[in-house]
Design a protein around this ligand. Structure first.
Ligand code: ZN
Length: 329
């Protein structure tokens, strides 16, 4: 969990479930949850469950959320289903760490005071009842439900979550294209570093990260299959990159003496590799590339596996309101 958000939660007396990536608590009397994306620390989903009671909210809840989205830098989107608010935060740019948590806090403060001044009330996400509400985590998503809705919907929500995680492999063709494009970026960086005379293996790190990101961007979701595909593509593209580097060298040396094209040089690389010195240098580059690739990929791969496994459980997290209005203060 991102440490600044965790610290913010602790300072404000919210409950932190680090293992489940979950924070919850109350602000201005309204219950909310913050879910930490398992794959990146700069992404959080905030939920609140409210509905209008007796008076009409001014501005309307969706209008107010729109105002929030345009005002708060890291609030990427906010929507309202009629009972549930979903606000997606993502830190973008180099300096996001500085203002990210204050931005999250400002949104929560602002939205809960809006709820209070418009007399909104907490409600079940499914039937909008206000009694016997609890927070549940079903398939890695937070839901606030009354006990009867939970027993009715848990099964179908769980089934939906199971389907969604299967669909995770979803757009594999898109993912492969994304991984290839990402790895081409890695090849370019590799060649540039080689040209500058540094150890081009450094680019192995760039290669694997771009490839995994590329898969995620065009494939929609980084599944286990996606991780394996991205790794295989990167492993191959390291060899391509190194061959391009050697070919450029050969081409630059021989172009003045012979009429050769870059592709002739590229094809001739294997025969040049019989030269022991060059061979040792090339193998050194490649090994360094693979080591750095493993370093760069480790965190992402671990998290991708974490987020796709065991994501369909349903559990009650906390009780939010009591079953009868009399003892609910
Ligand atoms: Zn209900």
């Amino acid at each position: 969990m991102y440490k600044k958000v965790k610290q913010y939660a602790i300072n404000n007396g919210f409950t932190v479930e680090e293992k489940n990536g979950l924070i919850y608590g109350r602000m201005n009397g309204f219950f909310f949850s913050i879910y930490q994306d398992p794959a990146t620390m700069a992404k959080h989903t905030v939920h609140l469950w409210v509905k209008e009671d007796k008076i009409t909210a001014i501005p309307s809840i969706p209008d107010f959320l729109n105002q929030c989205t345009s005002k708060h830098q890291y609030l990427q989107s906010a929507s309202y289903s009629g009972t549930k608010v979903t606000a997606e935060f993502q830190g973008i740019g180099f300096k996001w760490q500085k203002e990210y948590t204050p931005c999250l806090d400002a949104f929560l403060q602002e939205f809960t005071s809006f709820c209070r001044s418009n007399g909104l009330v907490s409600c079940c996400e499914s039937c909008s009842s206000g009694l016997g509400l609890s927070l549940y985590q079903i398939g890695g998503v937070e839901h606030m439900l009354c006990s009867s809705c939970y027993s009715n919907t848990a099964d179908s929500l769980q089934r939906k979550a199971a389907e969604a995680s299967k669909k995770g492999n979803g757009n594999m063709v898109g993912g492969i294209v994304g991984a290839l494009l990402g790895s081409v970026l890695g090849v370019i960086v590799w060649v540039l570093i080689y040209q500058l005379g540094y150890i081009s293996g450094i680019a192995g790190l760039v290669m694997i990260i771009c490839s995994l990101k590329g898969y995620e961007m065009l494939g929609g979701h980084l599944s286990k299959a996606g991780v394996i595909i991205s790794c295989i593509i990167s492993i191959i593209m390291v060899l391509v990159a190194e061959q391009v580097c050697v070919a450029i060298e050969i081409f630059n040396v021989y172009k003045d003496y012979y009429e050769i094209s870059f592709f002739d040089a590229f094809r001739s690389v294997p025969s040049f590799l019989e030269e022991p010195d060059l061979k040792a240098a090339v193998i050194g580059d490649i090994i360094m590339g693979y080591i750095l690739m493993a370093v760069g990929a480790w965190g992402t791969i671990r998290q991708a596996y974490k987020s796709t496994s065991g994501g369909t459980k349903a559990r009650m997290v906390a009780s939010v309101t009591s079953a009868s209005p009399a003892d609910d203060n």
